[in-house]
Design a protein around this ligand. Sequence first.
Ligand SMILES: CC(C)(COP(=O)(O)OP(=O)(O)OC[C@H]1O[C@@H](n2cnc3c(N)ncnc32)[C@H](O)[C@@H]1OP(=O)(O)O)[C@@H](O)C(=O)NCCC(=O)NCCS
Length: 166
Amino acid sequence: MTTFEILPETCSDILALNALSAAAFGPGRFARSAYRVREGIDPVAKLSLTAWHDGRVAGGVRFTAVRVGDRDGGLLLGPLVVDPALVGQGCGKALLEEGLSRCRDAGFGFVLLVGDVPYYSRFGFKPSAHGAITLPGPVDPGRLLCVELCEGALEGAAGQVRAYAV
Ligand SMILES: CC(C)(COP(=O)(O)OP(=O)(O)OC[C@H]1O[C@@H](n2cnc3c(N)ncnc32)[C@H](O)[C@@H]1OP(=O)(O)O)[C@@H](O)C(=O)NCCC(=O)NCCS
C-alpha cells in the first residue's frame, strides 16, 4: 500500500503542480467552464493541499469558494491532479478525503465539480439537478456533480456558479 502525506500547499509546490495540470488537462484547460468560474479568484488557501510521496510532489487539489445563484457557502473542486506515474495507488482518494474533511470543518455547505461520476460517486458526489445549476460556459449536465456537506445546503439552489474571494 503506497502512502501519501497530505500537506497544505506551499508556494514552492506550485511549479510542480502546474506541470501536472498542464500534462493532465493540456493547453485547452483554460477554456474549460470550470476554469472560467475560477478565473481571477484565488482558491481558498487553507483548502489547497499537496500530496507527497518519497520526497516528491505526487498530486494536489484545490477548492474555490462559489455561490449558486444567491446561495453561497459552496466550493468548486479543482483541479485535482495526480502524477501519472502514481495513479491508481490511492493518491486521489487521500487528497479527496482530507480535502472534503477540511471543507466540512471550515463550514462550507456543499462542493461542486465537473468530473466522472464513476470516480467521484465513491466520495458521495451525485449529478446535480439537471439544468438548474449552470456554469459560465457549456458543461455536460451529467458531469456537473455535487455533494452536500450540510444536509439541505443545496436544496432548491439554482442559477449560475460564480466564484468569490474569501
Ligand atoms: C482522476 C485522478 C485524480 C485519480 O487519481 P488516483 O490517485 O489514480 O485515484 P485513486 O488511486 O484514489 O483511485 C483509483 C481508482 O479510481 C478509478 N478511477 C480513476 N479515474 C477514474 C475515472 N475517470 N472514472 C472512473 N474511475 C476512475 C481507478 O480505476 C481506481 O479504481 P479501483 O480503486 O477500483 O482500482 C487521476 O487519475 C488524475 O490525475 N487524472 C488526470 C486528471 C483528472 O482527470 N483529474 C480529475 C478531473 S475531473
